[in-house]
Every structure is written in structure tokens, then in C-alpha cells.
Design a protein around this ligand. Structure first.
Ligand code: IPE
Ligand code: IPE
Ligand code: MG
Length: 251
């Protein structure tokens, strides 16, 4: 039996996380290890994106969110930012047909209008062309940061209060979540980060309130679907208590 089959056999298909989020980290270090430029790592990172998306689709995950570019990543050297944007345009363009074939619906969260115009256009087209698909929903976090998103939500809510459409006393978790870019997307139950870094880097701070974290030593370009399956297995072995006692959740 292959490792993949072994994991697939062990995973309880009735207790899958509905939403998995991944911080795809380590492209640059991986490239350096190969004696190459950082961009080489980003190019190879695309294969890992395919592995993650196909693996998620194969097992029946409903939502997969990939942190592809953070607000803070704009501060990287211009050549790297340009290369990443170019790679994004090319990849989205080349993969749209495959996404449709696999019934994947593409979505994006973040300050999308800050993307270069050709990138924004390509993204909107792919989102539009895949909008009717009912398989995996693949959410790309682009020019995304959680603090940006939370501040934006606060502004939107303040505006509704100012216009008399919302009473201050009616602001609650639900109202707040509905004003985030992830509205209509369930909170991720499982968050994976590659590259051995143990931090969240401004990603889904609100949504990860009760997510289980899984940190992998592997660099992102080395990520295989088996890694996704093994993280799901790990997730299924944890007891999620949501503030209650172990005895309460066992009932
Ligand atoms: C993740 O890999 C990809 C992006 C953030 C765009 P990095 O580019 O952060 O690679 P490291 O972490 O420097 O190795
Ligand atoms: C987080 O990775 C952002 C993405 C994976 C897109 P970074 O490499 O930018 O995070 P830090 O700087 O190491 O925290
Ligand atoms: Mg990094």
C-alpha cells in the first residue's frame, strides 16, 4: 500500500474539516537550498498548489484557502513582486480550463484592486468562468492581511450605523463576520503552515479563532497531497473543546 492509500484508508470521511487554510511558506529558502534565485522557488510552488488543490478535491474538502501574497509582501524587492504577479497571471490563465474540468470554483480575498490591472482582470475572469462549479472552492488570499480586513469591516459597519441602517446594539459576531471578505465562507477548522515557521503572519486572525494548527518542516515547493492527508489525520486525532471540558465534549 502506498503512503497515500494508507492515509486515505485511515481518514474518517464523515469528519473531514470543511475548510482548510494554508500558509504556503518557504519558496525562497527552498530555491536557495538548490542554489537558485528565489523566483525559482515560487515557480515550483505552483506544483505544490496543484498537489494541495487536487488532494483537497480528491478527498472531498469543500473550501481550501491559500495564502499567496500578503499586504506586507508588497515591501519585497520590486523584481520579486513583479515576478510573483507575472507568475500569478500566467498560472491563472493556464489553469482555468483544468479548474473547470475538476469542477473547482475559484474565489479570492484581499485588497484585489491593488493588484496590477492585468492580474486583477485575469483573476476576475477566472472567478467568473468557474463560478458555476460545485466541487472544491479554492480561495486565493491575495494582497491580503487580516488587520486590513478587520479595519475594513469596522469601517463598513460604522458606515451602516451612520446611515441609520444598523443599531450599535445589534453588532455581534455574525454581523462582524458578514462584513469580512470571507463572508459566506465557513471558518477554517485546520490551518497548515509549511517551512517550520511558527507564526500566523496576519492571516485569518478572526476566522482562525478555533482552528487547529499544523506546522510542517517542509518548504512549500516540496508539499505533496500526502502532507495534506497526514495533516487531516492529525486534525482528526485532536479533541476540539471550544472552551468546554473534555468530559462535556465526549458526551
Ligand atoms: C512563500 O514563500 C511565498 C510568498 C510569501 C509569496 P517565501 O517567498 O516567503 O519564501 P521564504 O519564506 O522566504 O523562504
Ligand atoms: C506569509 O509568508 C505570507 C504568505 C505565505 C503569502 P511570509 O514569508 O510573508 O511571512 P513572514 O514574513 O515570514 O512572517
Ligand atoms: Mg516566507
Amino acid at each position: 500500500m502506498t503512503l497515500k492509500e494508507e492515509y486515505l484508508n485511515k481518514i474518517d470521511k464523515t469528519r473531514l474539516p470543511k475548510h482548510i487554510a494554508i500558509i504556503m511558506d518557504g519558496n525562497g529558502r527552498w530555491a536557495k537550498q538548490q542554489g537558485k534565485e528565489r523566483v525559482y522557488g515560487h515557480q515550483h510552488g505552483v506544483n505544490a498548489v496543484r498537489e494541495a488543490a487536487e488532494g483537497a478535491g480528491e478527498i472531498g474538502i469543500k473550501y481550501l484557502t491559500l495564502y499567496a501574497f500578503s499586504t506586507e509582501n508588497w515591501n519585497r524587492p520590486k523584481e520579486e513582486v513583479d515576478a510573483l504577479m507575472e507568475l500569478l497571471v500566467k498560472t491563472i490563465h493556464a489553469e482555468t480550463a483544468t479548474l473547470n474540468k475538476s469542477k473547482v470554483r475559484l474565489m479570492a480575498i484581499g485588497d484585489l484592486e491593488s493588484l496590477p490591472p492585468n492580474c486583477y482582470k485575469e483573476l476576475l475572469e477566472a472567478i467568473n468562468e468557474t463560478s458555476q462549479n460545485n466541487g472544491l472552492t479554492l480561495v486565493l488570499a491575495l494582497s491580503y492581511s487580516s488587520r486590513w480586513e478587520i479595519v475594513n469591516a469596522a469601517k463598513k459597519i460604522a458606515e451602516q450605523v451612520k446611515q441609520g441602517k444598523l443599531d450599535v446594539n445589534d453588532i455581534n459576531d455574525k454581523v462582524f463576520a458578514a462584513n469580512l471578505t470571507t463572508k459566506n465562507i465557513p471558518d477554517p477548522e485546520l490551518l497548515i503552515r509549511t517551512s517550520g515557521e511558527l507564526r500566523i503572519s496576519n492571516f485569518l486572525l478572526w476566522q482562525c479563532a478555533y482552528a487547529e494548527f499544523c506546522f510542517l518542516e517542509k518548504m512549500w515547493p516540496e508539499f505533496k497531497r500526502e502532507d495534506l492527508f497526514s495533516a487531516i489525520l492529525d486534525f482528526q486525532q485532536r479533541e476540539r473543546r471550544f472552551g468546554k471540558t473534555s468530559e462535556q465534549v465526549k458526551i
